[in-house]
Design a protein around this ligand. Structure first.
Ligand SMILES: NC(=O)C1=CN([C@@H]2O[C@H](COP(=O)(O)OP(=O)(O)OC[C@H]3O[C@@H](n4cnc5c(N)ncnc54)[C@H](O)[C@@H]3O)[C@@H](O)[C@H]2O)C=CC1
Ligand SMILES: O=C([O-])CC(=O)C(=O)O
Length: 329
């Protein structure tokens, strides 16, 4: 028997990430090739944005996706989020050259208060929320705090793009395909302070750290390259990354819903206190997922260099959180 459709909300649906994301969701890349989906798309109540959204929907229609059971356009989060099983909160202002993501806090934070409240009011009680809009960790924190009737664990932030960037850099360094690499992770904030960590990683069973054996490369090349990759894309394209961000959003939710079969990935999730990260902090952790739930990989040794890096990214997150205190009460 065919499965009942799942409702997926996407905000900022007429934006650049939306344009790379929606077609893949409708194609079954997010929830599986046997899972029909209904898209509930939100854009700002602005004539130009709504018209652009209509155009995108016309193109979605023109793909005749067999798994697409419906698509609706919205300008109000209370209708867009009604009964949704998955919410991808993409809609927010992106940064331009010379900005850091936290410079967007002022412009974007308010959006996530409103949308957190709307999810609280009308979404499925099991809704899985991924915040992509920057600064993603703190926006996810705001949305979570604005939705006290939903489990905090349902709110997550996107660190998967950093994770995928790190995978690619490591694969190139050791001359192996990304598919050979396991047990990589990224700790902390989606910002240049994030700490991409290959100390536990293996490539075809061999230690990646031993294969690389170059702490100077780690510190002076790898970490800055991954940490500043978003800015490098802006510099090259004149626009922030979109297709790779959409791809990471698909990877994040697909793994959360369908499971990683014991493999590690990275998700920004509310801390349960593991590794000394204060409870509730929206922090990138190594996780495995099973039956729609994520679990932090426990018992990893944190050496002095790693602890320093984790402290730096945590400090930044706590400062961002302090800056939005007035919004979350
Ligand atoms: N977490 C991550 O790894 C990444 C995050 N991003 C972030 O994703 C966000 C979106 O990026 P793009 O699609 O490139 O931007 P964009 O400007 O092309 O599209 C954003 C869309 O969101 C809409 N929007 C704004 N406020 C909204 C609201 N309250 N409700 C619904 N829609 C709203 C706008 O009208 C626009 O169409 C930015 O904040 C960007 O920084 C981008 C890349 C990676
Ligand atoms: O850098 C930006 O502003 C967009 C983003 O988050 C990324 O590409 O990682």
């Amino acid at each position: 028997m065919a499965k009942a459709p799942k409702r997926v909300a996407v905000t900022g649906a007429a934006g650049q990430i939306g344009y790379s994301l929606l077609f893949r969701i409708a194609n079954g890349d997010l929830l599986g090739k046997d899972q029909p989906v209904i898209l509930q798309l939100l854009e700002i109540p602005d004539e130009k944005a709504q018209k652009a959204l209509k155009g995108v929907i016309m193109e979605i229609d023109d793909c005749a996706f067999p798994l697409l059971a419906g698509v609706t356009a919205h300008s109000d989060s209370l209708t867009a989020f009604k009964d949704v099983d998955v919410a991808l909160l993409v809609g927010a202002r992106p940064r331009g050259p010379g900005m850091e993501r936290k410079d967007l806090l002022e412009a974007n934070a308010q959006i996530f208060t409103v949308q957190g409240k709307a999810l609280d009011a009308v979404a499925s009680r099991d809704v899985k929320v991924l915040v992509v809009g920057n600064p993603a960790n703190t926006n996810a924190y705001i949305a979570m705090k604005s939705a006290p009737n939903l489990p905090a664990k349902n709110f997550t932030a996107m660190l998967r793009l950093d994770h995928n960037r790190a995978l690619s850099q490591v694969a190139a360094k050791i001359g192996q395909p990304v598919s050979a690499i396991e047990k990589l992770c990224v700790w902390g904030n989606h910002s240049p302070t994030m700490y991409a960590d290959y100390r536990f990683a293996t490539a075809d069973g061999k230690s990646v750290k031993d294969l690389i054996n170059d702490q100077v490369w780690n510190k002076d090349t790898f970490l800055p390259t991954v940490g500043k990759r978003g800015a490098a894309i802006i510099e090259a394209r004149g626009l922030s990354s979109a297709a790779s961000a959409a791809n990471a959003a698909i990877d994040h939710v697909r793994d959360w819903v369908l499971g990683t079969n014991g493999k590690w990935t990275t998700m920004g999730i509310p801390s349960d206190g593991s590794y000394g990260i204060p409870e509730g902090t929206m922090f990138g952790f190594p996780v495995t997922t099973e039956n729609g739930e994520y679990k932090i990989v426990q018992g990893l040794e944190i050496d002095e260099f790693s602890q320093e890096r984790i402290n730096i990214t945590l400090k930044e997150l706590l400062e961002e959180r302090e800056g939005v205190k007035h919004l979350v009460g």
